[in-house]
Design a protein around this ligand. Structure first.
Ligand code: TYM
Length: 372
């Protein structure tokens, strides 16, 4: 029997069945043909596409058809800055940077410090502080600073508010309740907030009077916001924003669910010293047997192994090597310690490079961040 799972903007739990999610959310799977279109334009296939980490979309086909006819699109993505950035958050940003380079698009990046203040145990100034801190990771993920604006909602609200009002006027409380599960005990700030998160999807058109489409790369948990934005778009004379969605990178302690910033030991943060990250990876949940003898005799279970998933989605480009790990695990020829060490080396190298770019980003961040 399929175990229960939950996916919404504030909670991802359980063993997520992505095929089921595609049906429940009413999104489209990413077809081979669409993936090929991106590859042709980018000149290379991104690992996240090849391995199906980005797996579904809304109207990405429409965006591509329009693009081929000469209509450009802007990119929009974001972060709810309630703490440090972890590796899962980087996935949509690295992919956004790839799309930005391929299509030359301007990127609008929203820091929803207001949302996190309303929903989490985090102070207002603290959340705004994280907006500036996390912006370093956005730049380090490879976005083009000349074609990117990053803004904290709290610091840019005067501009956002005019758009949010247009949205909010067209969304009833009953729709918001149905989409987000608000109840009588939800605070009234968060009830308005979906209008704030929808707003950047219309910024290029409303603020710059550009006749463009908007594409939102993110993990699938954010889709409820875009359902609302897409419903009201025609009512305010705007094109429906399109989305391209990823699965979740799991935390180190179990496949299923997503890496969560609040679970220190299961998340690798971008600012973790490599030695700490190594320790966390060496403590990962694997598909290993209880004893070495049993592992050698019966083989392991790569299907449920986090280490294998991390290699598959993010850290091992080479199909042959990956296959070798899988086969040797199944045959009991390799033990979990070896796989963990291999992954830890990869993660540490990634962090060292990311942290160098993060340091450099300190010089540019205030130029990329816009305020009222
Ligand atoms: P937040 O801060 O929860 O997440 C930031 C981005 O990271 C994605 N994400 C993940 N992707 C892969 N694996 C994971 N384990 C993982 N965890 C999180 C999220 O889908 C998101 O794309 N309300 C939003 C902030 C926001 C936003 C946006 C996000 C505002 N505007 C536009 C995407 C697009 C939030 O709290 O994201």
């Amino acid at each position: 029997m399929q175990k229960k799972f939950i996916v919404n903007p504030w909670e991802v739990k359980g063993d997520v069945d992505y095929d089921k999610l595609v049906k429940e959310f009413g999104v489209q799977p990413l077809s081979e043909e669409l993936i090929k279109k991106i590859e042709r334009k980018a000149g290379e296939m991104h690992l996240y596409l090849r391995r199906g980490l980005f797996f579904s979309h809304r109207d990405f086909d429409v965006i591509m058809e329009d693009y081929e006819k000469g209509k450009e699109f802007v990119l929009y993505t974001g972060r709810g800055p309630s703490g440090k950035t972890h590796l899962g958050h980087l996935i949509p940003w690295i992919f956004t940077a790839y799309l930005q380079e391929a299509f030359g698009s301007k990127l609008y990046f929203q820091m929803t410090d207001d949302e996190k203040f309303l929903m989490r145990d985090v102070g207002l100034d603290e959340a705004v502080g994280y907006s500036h801190d996390n912006a370093l990771d956005v730049i380090a993920a490879g976005v083009d600073p000349r074609k990117t604006v990053i803004f904290s909602d709290v610091e840019y609200m005067k501009t956002i508010y005019r758009i949010a009002l247009q949205v909010a006027k067209r969304v009833t409380f009953s729709t918001a309740k149905a989409v987000f599960g608000f109840t009588n005990s939800s605070n009234i700030g968060i009830i308005f907030f979906p209008a704030v998160q929808a707003s950047p999807a219309f910024m290029a058109q409303m603020l710059e009077k550009r006749d463009v489409n908007c594409l939102i790369p993110c993990a699938i948990d954010q889709d409820p916001y875009w359902r609302i934005a897409r419903d009201i778009a025609p009512l305010i004379g705007m094109p429906k924003p399109a989305g391209i969605y990823s699965k979740f990178l799991p935390g180190l302690r179990g496949v299923g669910g997503k890496m969560s910033a609040s679970e220190e030991q299961t998340a690798v943060y971008t600012t973790d010293p490599p030695a700490l990250a190594r320790k966390k990876v060496m403590g990962a949940f694997t598909g290993g047997r209880a004893t070495v003898a049993e592992q050698k005799e019966r083989g392991g279970n790569p299907e449920v192994c986090v280490v294998h998933q991390w290699l598959y989605y993010m850290f091992e480009d080479d199909d042959k090597k990956l296959r070798k790990f899988w086969d040797e695990c199944k045959q009991g020829k390799i033990l979990c310690g070896e796989c963990k060490k291999y992954l830890a080396d990869r993660v540490c190298r990634f962090l060292e490079e990311h942290q160098k770019r993060r340091e450099k980003a300190k010089k540019e961040v205030e130029k990329v961040m816009i305020k009222d």
